[in-house]
Ligand binder design. Structure first.
Ligand code: ADP
Length: 481
């Protein structure tokens, strides 16, 4: 027995549809075959009548004989070996019969009035009143010139035909039963081929719901079920990946927080223990202040990220001259670049590079890009900051000659918390924040890189149009929070 569910529904629907279709065909077939058999008998008799009755009437004339002789004559001319022939008068009284049995009662079947009314041939199928045998009666009118109307009525048994029809019905019903059995087997197979993968997918997803993301939908399912299975597997892989990223993030952020905190703690304890050497105090205070700044920077990055995630970032939009902004950034990072002997070169093709944006946020964008460029540059290499106008846009590209990123990792560097190498510090949030800020400015951020050769990050921002064309920012202009 098939369990309740989609499988049973499939089998049931399939079975009902085929059953109804077969029944319809069966009924039409049986009607047709019955009509064919009966028509064959009827045609045989009526053709016989057509061929002989008229000539019989012409060749015999009531005037030449007595009525009994005349009727005997006609009976002899018309009779058929397999059928009883009765000659009746207009009222249905049997005048003479080839079987020799003449009933006293007039024949009252429908063929009599029909034949009389049409003046032609009519048939009746039913059971013989006396014997109960199934018969077909074919009656035709024999019009006499003298006005006397006779009816020739052939009564033939259709018992054998009916038996044959019953046999045919039984055989066809048996064929239907076999077909339905095959349909049942096929539909159960079909239902199983759908239900089994679904059950498997349900079992796997139930395990995943309990937190087991190592299980996968196995089996090479086809069509939508295959897609469903691979989507579920993909979902599990993504969950595992994002869990991994989250774990990496927690470990890197803890590390990032711990280093400055250890340093702050160490120096504050040293200063607290006395001694008060003014130089040492200055160095200690300097380190405490630097590390605190680093912590603030880290926390701010996290806050920015969470604001962007919740769509709460507010931009103060206006005209921003990118060339000036980049000069400012070069000054900001100069000391850091100096440490690695990295040279920063600013190239600008044209005069004005004004864009429509939030100056502070754009500074954050380019600071992060340039900071990464320095961080991952080889010692004594050159970083080129290139500005160019492209119709309606200003493109800024930052090209470094550093470690580069391989193709696989390049696809993921803009993902939040992703770092190619977690040992290098940072949170892996910089590029995710940068990307979202650029998008808030309706700009585009692209990265190309070659492992061991270097990376180019380019940012396309909408050119600032003078006059009333100043647009409303998507995130509504307003103060930062
Ligand atoms: P963070 O710098 O805080 O780790 P980012 O989101 O800014 O986070 O960068 C993500 C990762 O992308 C970095 O950890 C680094 O592996 C890689 N990356 C970014 N910029 C460069 C670059 N210019 N050269 C090589 N790798 C880079």
């Amino acid at each position: 027995m098939i369990k309740k569910g989609i499988g049973r529904q499939i089998v049931l629907h399939y079975f009902i549809v085929i059953f109804l279709a077969l029944m319809l065909v069966e009924v039409v077939f049986l009607f047709a075959i019955r009509a064919y058999y009966y028509d064959t008998i009827y045609n045989m008799v009526s053709n016989h009548i057509g061929a002989t009755a008229r000539s019989a009437l012409i060749s015999t004339s009531a005037g030449d004989y007595t009525e009994t002789e005349y009727l005997n004559q006609i009976l002899g001319l018309l009779k058929l070996p397999e059928a009883e022939l009765q000659i009746l008068d207009g009222k249905g009284e049997v005048l003479i019969s080839s079987s020799g049995f003449e009933s006293d009662k007039p024949v009252q079947t429908s063929d009599i009035p029909q034949a009389l009314a049409s003046g032609g041939t009519a048939k009746w199928i039913g059971r013989q009143a006396t014997t109960g045998e199934p018969v077909m009666a074919v009656t035709t009118t024999l019009q006499q010139s003298g006005g006397q109307v006779y009816l020739a009525r052939f009564v033939t048994s259709i018992e054998k035909v009916n038996q044959r029809l019953t046999e045919i019905t039984l055989v066809s019903l048996a064929i239907i039963a076999v077909i339905l059995f095959i349909v049942l087997i096929v539909s159960i197979g079909l239902a199983n081929s759908i239900v089994r993968p679904i059950n498997n997918i349900i079992a796997v997803s139930a395990q995943m719901a309990k937190g087991r993301f190592d299980v996968r939908v196995e089996g090479d399912y086809r069509y939508e079920l295959g897609e469903m299975g691979s989507t579920l597997n993909y979902m599990a892989e993504e969950i595992v990946r994002s869990n991994q990223i989250k774990d990496d993030f927690i470990s890197s952020i803890s590390h990032e927080l711990r280093t400055p905190l250890t340093s702050i703690k160490g120096w504050s304890e040293t200063l607290d223990s006395g001694g008060y050497d003014p130089d040492e105090t200055r160095i200690g205070m300097g380190i405490i202040s630097k590390e605190t700044e680093r912590l603030i920077g880290l926390v701010e990055e996290l806050l920015d990220f969470s604001k962007l995630q919740q769509n709460e970032m507010k931009l103060t939009m206006g005209r921003v001259e990118l060339k000036e902004l980049l000069k400012e950034i070069v000054l900001n990072v100069w000391a850091k670049a100096e440490l690695k002997k990295v040279q920063l070169r600013l190239e600008a093709e044209g005069e004005s590079f004004a864009v429509y944006g939030d100056a502070n946020r754009l500074k954050q964008v380019f600071l992060n890009i340039v900071d990464n460029a320095i961080k991952f540059s080889h010692e004594s290499s050159v970083i080129v900051l290139h500005l160019v106008q492209e119709d309606g846009w200003v493109r800024t590209s930052v090209q470094d000659h550093g470690i580069g990123i391989d193709e696989q990792n390049l696809k993921r560097v803009k993902d939040r918390f992703f770092q190619v190498n977690t040992q290098g510090g940072g949170t892996g949030l910089g590029l995710a924040i940068t990307q979202q800020l650029v998008e808030l400015h309706e700009g585009e951020l692209d990265m190309t890189s070659e492992l061991g050769v270097g990376t180019t990050v380019s940012v396309k921002l909408p050119f600032f149009e003078e006059g009333p064309a100043v647009r409303e920012s998507q995130t509504e202009a307003g103060g930062e929070q």
